[in-house]
Design a protein around this ligand. Sequence first.
Ligand code: MN
Length: 142
Amino acid sequence: MNTSDNQTNTIFPKGNRAPAEYFMGTAWVKPLVANDTTFNSVIGNVVFEPGARNNWHTHPGGQILIVIDGTGYYQEKGKAIQVLKKGDVVTIPPDLVHWHGASPDSEFTHIAISTNTQKGVVDWLQPVTDEEYYSLINKENR
Ligand code: MN
């Protein structure tokens, strides 16, 4: 262990543990821009350790994800998991049920920009089951 363990990439510090009630596994959130009535946005850097993901959820004002590092998953309800890599940008419309997180074998880092926060930031739903999380791997191995 050395001092670099506090950072997983060269851009932002790791921040604080994401709340266990809404995240499976270990994730870290570094707030970058706080909510206010000028920008109506919340921006944070999120690091997911391998296998970590958030619960199903919606954003009343939408969300934009910008992938910084690693390989991750994004899934919209009723659709297949999409694999995300460094440089990918995901635009999530308001009220769309979805989740995001790391793939099983890779750490994953994205910037999350929640927009139009005057409508609300996030509404949490149920955890992503292992069956849902491993659906992509199970499909590939079938
Ligand atoms: Mn989201």
